[in-house]
Design a binder for this molecule. Structure first.
Ligand code: SAM
Ligand code: GLN
Length: 297
């Protein structure tokens, strides 16, 4: 065996990607390149630039250990302990939902609104430092991205999961915005005791009945409290919409991420409160209404 040549980066990549594909993972080559990069201390470009480099035994063992986790369908973000979102790197672990690209639509909409707020276009809202709530902060993807992009705002971030608040707090510190985000553990608005200029939320919205349709990567690893919300997925959204008017200043913004096919029901819920004007929806890149937007009268 000793005269056998050690496998190269290319060979490990090809063999690993083939096995991941066979288990039904459709991002196999990408995933394998990320795992190899992590194991040998390079970035992904480094992997491609070192295709012919032989792997020593320690490196092969490290790759194997990461590969075995992915074969069991553990998400890449949990294996690496991080995920990119809105241009920032977030620490993640199984106590938080892995930030999704769709949620960047909510972040972008909020940032645009806050820019108008600063330039005085939102005349009905008090001027000065906008106070924003992020309900269900998870990893901090929304709160930290917005605090990072809009240096004048203050954010109150809540979650029912104290573990996720710890992760979000570390992400706020890592990106230098911890002094502008207050964290509170509790149900929805429970930890909030001041009027808000904006309420942002990516609540759980997956219908319980969709359980069987979710990929093992999601259902077996991500926190169910971050995903499911009653038979139609709308339990949390219903409560958010019912309670939001009491917490928003006149002219204040409400943004809620929603699931495919929920916009009609959400529009009705918003209209029924009688508290909102300009109710609308922002589509994601797939054309699905992804963010509900409403302004408090
Ligand atoms: N904001 C993060 C993001 O966009 O990636 C996480 C969103 S995740 C879909 C929903 C979060 O809401 C989870 O962290 C969950 O613990 C939290 N959550 C669920 N029900 C809640 C409730 N009633 N009150 C506050 N937070 C809740
Ligand atoms: N987009 C997530 C999924 O489909 C759900 C996130 C949520 O419920 N807010 O897995």
């Amino acid at each position: 065996m000793s005269d056998q040549k050690p496998p190269t980066v290319r060979e490990a990549l090809q063999a690993g990607a083939r096995k991941l594909t066979e288990t039904g993972i459709d991002t196999a080559a990408l995933d394998m390149s990320l795992l190899i990069a992590e194991a040998i201390g390079l970035d992904r470009m480094g992997v491609y630039l070192n295709f012919d480099r032989p792997l020593n035994q320690t490196e092969r063992q490290k790759i194997r250990a990461l590969f075995d986790r992915r074969m069991r369908r553990e998400p890449i973000a949990y294996i690496l302990g991080r995920r990119e979102f809105h241009g920032l790197t977030f620490e993640v672990n199984p106590s938080v939902l892995i930030p999704r690209p769709e949620t960047e639509h909510l972040v972008e909409t909020a940032i645009d609104w806050l820019k108008e707020f600063r330039s005085g276009v939102q005349t009905s809202v008090c001027s000065g430092t906008p106070v924003i709530a992020d309900i269900g902060v998870g990893s901090g993807a929304i709160a930290v991205s917005i605090a990072h992009a809009v240096p004048t705002c203050r954010i109150i971030a809540t979650d029912v999961s104290p573990d996720s608040i710890e992760v979000a707090r570390r992400n706020a510190e890592k990106h230098g915005v911890a002094d502008r985000i207050e964290f509170g553990a509790g149900e929805l608005f429970e930890p909030i005791h001041e009027p808000l200029d904006a309420i942002l939320s990516n609540p759980p919205y997956v219908p319980e009945t969709d359980r069987a349709t979710l990929a093992p990567d999601v259902i077996d690893y991500e926190p169910h409290a971050a995903l499911f919300s009653g038979p139609d997925g709308l339990d949390c959204i219903r409560e958010l919409i019912a309670q939001a008017p009491r917490h928003l200043k006149p002219g204040g913004l409400l943004l809620i991420e929603i699931g495919a096919g929920q916009s009609l029901a959400v529009e009705t819920l918003l209209a029924q409160t009688g508290s909102f004007q300009s109710i609308g929806f922002i589509p994601d890149y797939a054309g699905i209404d992804r963010v509900a937007k409403a302004i408090k009268r």
